[in-house]
Design a protein around this ligand. Structure first.
Ligand code: SAM
Length: 250
């Protein structure tokens, strides 16, 4: 191992130790989600998600929270554990197999989808791929109960179906986590959510650096909107709507 990778490992371990001491609740939730193989996101991405939800809560931004793309529900569990129980949280997914990519997606997505429909896709660290699991929605509901986040007491709404059919956002939105891989899926979310995003509100784009279609959708959608947004690369791309006053999330 090179000195550089050793140094990186030590810094990461120190970061985790600091988090375990300063934010034990976040640390525990993320560690359990990772251990139970409920999310494709790594520790840093889940922590960025957690802390962005906390920032929105601290700033008391109005508006619902949204996740587009839940799979096994790991990132949604982390978001739900960080938000105030009374803030509505809408989680959209087919809760079945991911829909096919379209003409807006590149070869990367087409090849990935072929593997999925050939039943050759592996899940997280050797588990079954989520799209092949029967009763996925029921399993996710049971996980929310098990994490002491029952949907009916925490304003959690699991919305089953294609975003193109189910997503009709008419309320202000404070934060959305978009983790849905393909061009049309990301574009549908942006078209529905961005016009309702409150000043200071944040869009977290999980796949901007991973899938060609997700990246094209974001680049196209925001091509004429740059002056109203700040683009920040953390473990994922965060797009924050500028505040109208001189207040920023702390
Ligand atoms: C990468 S997974 C989400 C991972 C998850 N956030 C986690 O913590 O591991 C992508 C999800 O997006 C969903 N999805 C993608 N496009 C969709 C669409 N157009 N309508 C509904 N669900 C969609 C898939 O069904 C899949 O569950």
């Amino acid at each position: 191992m090179s000195n550089f990778s050793r140094l990186k490992k030590i810094r990461y371990a120190l970061h985790l130790a600091r988090l375990a001491i300063l934010e034990p609740a976040a640390f525990q939730t993320i560690r359990t989600v990772r251990r139970e193989k409920l999310s494709y996101l790594g520790f840093s991405a889940l922590y960025d998600l957690y802390s962005t939800v906390r920032q929105v809560e601290r700033a008391r931004l109005p508006g619902i929270m949204i996740e587009g793309g839940c799979a096994l529900g790991g990132s949604a569990l982390v978001m739900a554990s960080a938000k105030q129980p009374q803030r509505p949280f809408f989680i959209y997914d087919t809760f079945e197999l991911i829909p096919p990519p379209g003409t807006g997606d590149g070869q990367d997505a087409q090849e990935r989808y072929q593997k999925i429909i050939s039943h050759e896709s592996e899940g997280i660290r050797g588990d079954a791929y989520y799209g092949y699991i029967p009763n996925l929605l029921e399993r996710i509901e049971a996980n929310f109960e098990r994490y002491h986040l029952p949907a009916n007491q925490h304003q959690i709404h699991l919305v089953k179906g294609l975003f193109q059919d189910t997503m009709q956002v008419s309320e202000p939105v404070s934060l959305a986590h978009l983790d849905c891989d393909w061009y049309e899926s990301v574009m549908t979310c942006l078209t529905q959510i961005e016009p309702r995003l409150v000043p200071g509100g944040v869009l977290i784009i999980d796949d901007y650096f991973d899938w060609s279609g997700a990246r094209s959708a974001v680049d196209e959608y925001f091509a004429d909107k740059h002056e109203n947004y700040m683009f920040v690369t953390k473990s994922r791309l965060h797009i924050q709507k500028k505040m109208t006053r001189y207040t920023h999330l702390k």
